[in-house]
Design a protein around this ligand. Structure first.
Ligand SMILES: O=C(O)CCC(=O)C(=O)O
Ligand SMILES: [Fe+2]
Length: 208
């Protein structure tokens, strides 16, 4: 049977309900296998650069914190556009269902080579960022290593995600500290953020 992106009805069950209950959801085979493969091929051709920490102005390389290499997705590339379109659909559904007022989605490819990690962090801080929902989609499968560990607000480990091609993780950006354990082999993913139009100190928060 050809893969079908979840319709509103089953999407409500698969994403909205656990999301409502716990603020995060892990959905296996969320991305069609052929799209996942095309993205996996596409990322190999991208010019990836060492990721930094902190927002514009304070942006700096800190290899103690993260070691991944990234490249922003854009609409001009047909494969990347397909992914962005699926996320636009998700944004619409999330707004309809959860009244989140999401206006925008930004995403980058990330490559973690053997030994690369991302220390425990939050993707957003209350009142200091307009990132509302974080998403991670895995483009290849790692049998071990490179796990995403998600913690709750009390800093207890609540989920351990083994990267699996096609799996999509969604969580509230300012609620869940998370980290990426050292990869054992090259790990490819797309990290993305849905944003609200909250202005910070009278201006729109710039992308990272
Ligand atoms: O790749 C992952 O599993 C998470 C990446 C992450 O936390 C981030 O890029 O902010
Ligand atoms: Fe993160």
């Amino acid at each position: 049977m050809p893969y079908q992106w979840p319709t509103l009805t089953n999407w409500l069950e698969q994403i909205a309900q656990p999301f409502y209950q716990q603020g995060y959801v892990i959905l296996e085979q969320a991305i069609p296998a052929d799209l996942c493969w095309a993205l996996y091929q596409d990322v190999q051709h991208q010019q990836l650069t060492a990721a930094g920490v902190g927002r514009q102005g304070q942006h700096q390389l800190n290899q103690q914190v993260r070691r991944d290499h990234t490249a922003w997705l854009n609409q001009n590339n047909p494969v990347q556009q397909q992914y962005l379109q699926q996320m636009a659909q998700l944004q619409q559904d999330m707004n309809r269902r959860c009244f989140l007022g999401l206006i925008d989605f930004e995403a980058h490819y990330a490559r973690y080579q053997q030994g690369d990690f991302y220390q425990k962090h939050l993707d957003a801080f209350v009142g200091r960022s307009n990132r509302v929902l974080s998403t991670v989609c895995y483009l290849n499968t790692l049998e071990q290593g490179g796990e995403l560990l998600i913690y709750n607000e009390q800093d207890q480990l609540i989920s351990r995600v083994q990267p699996n091609a096609g799996t999509l993780v969604i969580f509230e950006s300012c609620r869940f500290p998370h980290e990426v354990l050292p990869a054992t082999t090259t790990r490819y993913s797309i990290a993305g953020w849905f944003r609200q139009n909250s202005s910070i100190q009278g201006r729109i928060d710039p992308p990272q």
